[in-house]
Design a protein around this ligand. Structure first.
Ligand SMILES: *Cc1c(COP(=O)(O)O)cnc(C)c1O
Length: 379
């Protein structure tokens, strides 16, 4: 297993998936409340997405982005229409970290400045530029030196932000809800303040919505929930329901001077077809509102179970179906027991947080199944 030197593999061999469930080679059914890091908002093997992929693969698998192709043009237009406010320009790539690399480059080219401000506990990816904006030393130390000019401020501290963002700042990068850092939602005031501070300094406000976007927090984009419009919004993870796609969505003043950027695989037709089907389904079926409703139910059931069974839970937080359960013990052991004795999959976010990013299409019965299993393991 040659990937083993990078990934520590789990003792479950997955063979297929259907909706909120994964199946291993022995036919055991697992409730998937991690969705492989929010990558399948519509659940596994969603028929509309599968059909779109099949049809496109039979018609045209790939042609470079400088030849217009209907399916790609459709995605450009769809994303421009769905993007918040006046964001009209779309750059496509293959992953979250690449979407953030592009955002960094575009912001530097458009402002003619180099300094980047990012947040403590933040996560923006693992390539050399995005990694430089990522907080945890564990991810960075062996690979230094990284891209220079990044200053970190405490997440949620308006004063520190106002001090750090100055007339040399190209951009402030922030997650509306920190994911990897432990599921910490920003306040509306903080994000509004970030908008004012960056406007005043002539810097770009970049929302990294790679985890929060595509309906996850109960709005299509988390920034809609707080009424703040960034200059750049980055998306990836769930945007094509499992195929690799990243998007950097930018306002005109950024797009007017993007520098020279490119990528061979930008906007491949098969991936675009999957994204079109994913976004159409999410919008047509109002999946974000559903996620808001089920998320609220799940959070309140978790709190009630913690109380009733006197579980070692400190806090349940998050929004929509992006939920962190801060527990009074190590998350990894709990997650292992959940998987092996209850056939329920979830994720960690740091040492003591159990992170839930289930498909947005789950219903209350899936939420009940999770809460019952969680109480069983933790109790
Ligand atoms: C996952 C993630 C990334 C990196 O995305 P990759 O596709 O793994 O490169 C960046 N920012 C946030 C907020 C993420 O959750």
């Amino acid at each position: 297993m040659s990937g083993g030197f990078v990934f520590s593999e789990k003792p479950i061999q997955i063979e297929s998936g259907d909706g909120a469930y994964l199946y291993d080679t022995k036919g055991t059914e697992y409730l998937d409340f991690g969705a492989s890091y929010a990558v399948t908002p519509l659940g596994h093997s969603h028929p509309a997405v599968t059909e779109a992929i099949q049809e496109q693969a039979e018609t045209l698998t790939y042609v470079q982005a400088s030849y217009p192709v209907e399916v790609r043009t459709e995605l450009y237009e769809k994303l421009a229409a769905l993007a918040p406010g006046d964001i009209e320009n779309v750059w496509l790539c293959n992953s979250g970290t690449e979407a953030n690399e592009a955002a960094m480059k575009f912001a530097r080219a458009a402002t003619g400045r180099s300094k980047i401000v990012a947040t403590k506990r933040g996560f923006h990816g693992r390539t050399m530029g995005a990694l430089a904006m990522t907080w945890k030393d564990k991810y960075k130390k062996p690979f230094e030196p990284l891209a220079g000019g990044v200053e970190f401020v405490p997440y949620g501290d308006g004063e520190a932000l106002a001090e750090a963002v100055d007339d040399e700042t190209a951009a402030f990068f922030v997650e509306p809800v920190q994911g990897e850092g432990g599921i910490h939602p920003a306040t509306t005031e903080y994000l509004q303040h970030a908008r004012e501070v960056t406007d005043e300094a002539g810097a770009a406000l970049v929302f990294d919505e790679i985890q929060t976007g595509v309906g996850r927090t109960g709005n299509l984009w988390a920034c809609e929930g707080v009424g703040v419009e960034p200059d750049i919004l980055t998306s990836a993870k769930g945007i094509a329901n499992g195929l690799p796609l990243g998007a950097t969505l930018v306002k005109d003043w950024i797009a007017d001077n993007p520098g020279d950027h490119g990528s061979t695989f930008s906007g491949g037709p098969v991936v675009c077809a999957a994204a079109n089907a994913t976004l159409d389904t999410i919008v047509d079926e109002d999946v974000p509102a559903h996620a808001a409703h089920v998320g609220e139910y799940l959070r309140s059931e978790l709190e009630a179970a913690a109380e009733t069974h006197d579980l070692p839970v400190r806090e349940v937080r998050g929004s929509g179906l992006m939920i962190g359960i801060q527990i009074k013990r190590g998350a990894n052991r709990v997650l292992k027991n959940l998987a092996l004795s209850e056939q329920v999959l979830a994720l960690p976010a740091g040492r003591t947080v159990v992170r839930l990013l289930p498909p947005l299409t789950i219903d209350e019965s899936h939420a009940d199944q999770f809460v019952e299993s969680f109480a069983e393991v933790l109790g």
